[in-house]
Each structure stands twice: as C-alpha cells, then as structure tokens.
Design a protein around this ligand. Sequence first.
Ligand code: NAP
Length: 277
Amino acid sequence: MAATIIDGKAIAQQVRSDVAEEVAAWVRAGHAPPGLATVLVGDDPASAKYVAGKQRASAEVGIEGFDHRLPADTSHDDVERLLRDLNEDARVSGILLQLPTPPQVDGAALTEMIEPAKDVDGLTPISAGLLAKGRPGLRPCTPQGIIELLRRHDVTLEGAEAVVVGRSDLVGKPVAALLLAANATVTTCHSRTHDLAAVCRRADVLVAAVGKPGLVRGDWVKEGAVVIDVGSPTGDVEFEAAAERARLITPVPGGVGPMTIAMLLRNTLLAARAQWT
Ligand code: NAP
C-alpha cells in the first residue's frame, strides 16, 4: 500500500485537547463556560447514543451540558417553547435538536428557529447562506472536520482540483463550499453525473459522501490524490485498491467519523466567544 493513512481518531483527539485548553483559558479569564444544549424527543436508541456521546465529549472539555430529553409524545409546540427558551438562555452557547423527531414534531421547521449564533450544527438556512456567501458563521461539523484533516496534513487546496461525490445539505454541499472558499477548483457530482469515473480521475482531492459502499473504485483515483471517505458505517471508497494509488487516504472507521463531535465542541466554543463580543 502506497498511501499514508489519515488517522482521524488521533486528529480528533488533538482537536478535543486544544478545545479543552481553550475552554480552560476562557474560564480562567472570568467567563462562564460554553454551554451545549441537546434536545432529544423520544427514545430512539441510536439518537440517544449520539446525544449521550455529544454530552460526554462536552463534559470532557469543560463545556457545560444541558441535556433535554422529552417523551416521544411531546407536542411540536412544547419543543418549540423549549427551543425559544434555549435561544434566550445566556448559559447556552449552542443548541442541537437531534433528528429525526417523532411525526407530530416538525424537526426541519424547528431546526430553522434555532438562533443562528447558537447553530453549532451549522445546518440552518442562515448558516448555509453565510457559508455560500463566504461570510463568517458556524460551519457544519463533518465538512469542517474534513477540512481540518486536510489542513493538519498540509494538503494544498489552492488551485487543486477537488471532486465531491454527493450533494447533501449535511455533507456534500457544505464541503464543496468550504473547498471553494479554500480556493480549490470544485466539481460536485451526484446520482445524475455522467461518467463519474472520469470526473473522479481528475481529482487531486476526492471526497466521497454517498452512502454506497465501495461505489468509488480504486482505479478512479488519480496517482498521488488525497482521498476522503465520508461513507458510514461502511466506506464509499474501495479502500485497498484506492490506497495503492492515493498519497493520503482516510480509513472507515477512524477517518472522518471521529472529527464530527470534535468540530461540534469547537463550534460550541466559537459560539460562546462570538456571543460574548
Ligand atoms: P445523502 O443525503 O443520502 O446524500 C447522498 C448523495 O450521494 C446524494 O447527493 C446522491 O445524489 C449521491 N449519490 C447517490 N448515489 C450516487 C451515485 N451512484 N453516484 C453519484 N452520486 C450518488 O447522504 P449524506 O447524508 O450526505 O451521507 C453520505 C454518507 O456519509 C453516508 O454514508 C453517511 O452515513 C455518511 N456520513 C458520515 C458522517 C460522519 O462520519 N460523521 C456524517 C454524515 C454523513 P442525488 O442528490 O442525485 O440523489
């Protein structure tokens, strides 16, 4: 295998340690700790596990947790009231509404009412608009985590051909916008793209965010390319064959996955700072 493996677990741990140090310095300077409010409606086990992971990680870096768990039959209006309170609560720097919500609760509409300054998931239309316009704002966690992996490996993005496979609001579109902001030449591919293989072969930086295991074949990877596989729980890239040609590659698991919570913690700190100034 030729490629160097990008160790997302180790980089995520570095980010978490950096955030812990910065939170400690912030508190030493006399500020209240950043606060992360999570709102979980119902008892879906996977969602409960995600929320618990986010709260545990927050506590580890000194972020104060506000863990709201509401019964599955909570009305839309009651969740809306809670979010309004959290928007107003000065102890809360960031708010996360865990999706999906039960059918009587319109999760998409409620996400949109999160105060943009507290949108630590970076997924509201305001945050997406700020990103699209290249204005400061909170960026979505997984895409920002991808940029962090590239940055920590000194990957040159300026002028690079970047190809993103996938155009979701969660990953594909924002990562393409972040790559563009870093002055890469970006192509976004999707299910209607003609000759995906040929487009991928152009990429100096290839990001696969599809959710189709092994869709990106090893021989679609240009010699010396950097390959970022977002697919989860199974990678979108044919790993062994791609690693023969790539210069750098993320594994699944242990690549992009661990970065998401790390960037959420960083966003919560950034939100606290921005709300103070
Ligand atoms: P999504 O909303 O389902 O979007 C998938 C995208 O892939 C769509 O834009 C779709 O195109 C495109 N696509 C589907 N089949 C294709 C094909 N044959 N050729 C080219 N493009 C194709 O998925 P997502 O939320 O972005 O997630 C993508 C993957 O990342 C999943 O495996 C997910 O589990 C993973 N993920 C991981 C993390 C993490 O590690 N922290 C976070 C988020 C997501 P159309 O738009 O044309 O339908």
